[in-house]
Design a protein around this ligand. Structure first.
Ligand code: GUN
Ligand code: FE
Length: 475
């Protein structure tokens, strides 16, 4: 579906759940969130019934969206690192690790995006797919091709998904001849062309913004990194890249940049580390590198599904949080095998438990459910520079939300149609914290019944349409 503008102001009533700090979730059972025609949250009530809310705010004309049963509003997910053109390879990685994975799977797939028709099919599919998993904001890597990159931005804007969209910059000879920028000047000119285009279609950057995207240190020459760093500064743009993902990659960086103290130092000395830089993976950083990243104010994208799939390692997220790093979650499709941030919430928790089992830190390495949900929403919002706009339900923020409906087990317990409501079985005795926990550990996109960005409905399932046809928004 194309994003549809809200026809009137809306009061979303029922249970809402969001993070109020790194360690705390608020579950408000009788909530009412008033959203104006621009998608801005005008009020949040926690106690009043709908009539009292309408009266208090003189919003009698507002459209109510009611939730009942095991349904709740949750902030939209933020995917701080993903590769849209790699989506056809989602779930495919064989026995590879990073460097052979790039040559075997990734470069051949990405190079095919010179074909704009093919790009269109894949990008439309991926944006729909991520929206259907509740991703309301994504930081996308595209390919080296300007037309296909611009098309990805067009699709995000049309579908109403917030996005950072980056043309991938890669000029060194570790990339195959058939898929690389032919010169530094071409790298810079093409990145600038794409940046200009994305700013022309959304001048205020309300939905789509450009992001300067040097792929990773090995795929850029020193001169290219410096020039692209300068471009990001001139454009006051976000930067995204990969860092310290795989031990073979770190050894390669050492070989290619022998005068640099570390992987982080390569970026630091070429103007790549800024408060608007998103660094994906950050698994094997030294203490000194972590301090440099903190000092520059750059942020981190944790990609646990990818880190396990292509056997990169376990990022010490608990420690990095304690040190004060800004961190969000990334699916890193298709190093990551799943387009869902919920899946990455679970894997962030599992990874931290594996670290707890293996390291001297013990339980101190563990991430809690609350912390992982924070990374998926407010943490991600901070990473992409949207803390003031999204990530939670507060007055003045924009309404980016998912309607999570867990369904319920009917009498008899084996009605096939109730399985359409997803894999979570709700028996009626669960407390609200237990309902949320069941969703986190066993839920999937079947539970994501509707999704809004800035108050615009950008995804809905047929179940949501049925509820609307019945005159209520939910069962
Ligand atoms: N390092 C350089 N390019 C890539 C990529 O496409 N995915 C991942 N996971 N790491 C990279
Ligand atoms: Fe990646």
């Amino acid at each position: 579906m194309a994003a549809s503008a809200p026809i009137s102001r809306t009061i979303y009533t029922g249970t809402f759940v969001h993070s109020i700090s790194l360690t705390e979730l608020e579950i408000c059972e009788n909530g009412a969130i008033g959203v104006d025609r621009n998608g801005i949250i005008i009020f949040v009530e926690r106690e009043l019934d709908l009539e009292a809310v309408q009266e208090k705010h003189s919003w009698q004309d507002a459209t109510p969206v009611y939730l009942r049963g095991n349904a709740f509003f949750f902030p939209g997910f933020i995917d701080t690192h993903t590769h849209a053109p790699q989506h056809p390879n989602t779930g495919l990685f064989g026995k590879t690790t990073l460097l052979d994975w790039l040559q075997t799977y990734t470069f051949p797939m990405e190079s095919s995006f010179s074909d704009l028709k093919r790009a269109e099919t894949i990008y439309r599919n991926f944006v729909s797919r991520t929206l259907s998993h509740g991703t309301t904001t994504a930081a996308y890597y595209a390919t080296i091709h300007v037309p296909a990159t611009n098309l990805l931005a067009d699709i995000c804007l049309a579908r109403g998904q917030r996005a950072l969209v980056g043309r991938v910059c890669m000029n060194s000879d570790i990339s195959p001849e058939y898929y690389r920028d032919m010169s530094v000047s071409q790298s810079v000119a093409d990145s600038k062309a794409s940046t200009d285009y994305i700013r022309s279609i959304d001048p205020k950057g309300s939905i789509v913004r450009p992001v300067i995207t040097p792929r990773f240190a090995p795929s850029c020459t020193a001169e290219c990194l410096s020039e692209i760093g300068k471009l990001a500064k001139e454009e006051d743009a976000f930067i995204q890249t990969h860092i310290s993902e795989n031990k073979g990659e770190i050894a390669l960086v050492k070989e290619l940049f022998p005068d640099s103290k570390s992987y982080t130092d390569v970026y630091d000395t070429h103007g790549i580390l800024t408060p608007k830089t998103i660094l994906a993976h950050a698994i094997h950083l030294s203490n000194e590198e972590r301090k440099t990243i903190l000092a520059r104010g750059s942020s981190l994208s944790h990609c646990p599904c990818s880190n396990t799939a292509i056997t990169s390692g376990c990022a010490p997220i608990r420690e990095l949080l304690d040190e004060g790093h800004t961190i969000g979650l990334g699916t890193d499709v298709s190093g990551g095998f799943h387009p869902s941030i919920l899946e990455n919430v679970r894997h962030a928790i599992w990874t931290s438990r594996h670290l707890a089992l293996q390291s001297d830190l013990g339980d101190k390495a563990k991430l809690s459910t609350e912390e992982a949900l924070y990374l998926a929403t407010r943490g991600g919002a901070a990473v992409v520079g949207l803390s003031d706009k999204v990530g939670g339900f507060e007055v003045g923020k924009e309404f980016d939300a998912q309607l999570i409906d867990l369904g319920s087990v009917e009498a008899g317990g084996s009605n096939d149609t109730q399985f359409d409501a997803g894999p979570v079985d709700m028996f009626g005795w669960e407390s609200w914290p237990e309902k949320v926990e069941k969703w986190v550990y066993a839920g999937d996109d079947r539970n994501t019944t509707a999704v809004w960005v800035r108050g615009r409905l950008v995804h809905r399932t047929s179940r949501f349409q049925e509820y609307q046809a019945n005159g209520t928004a939910t069962p």
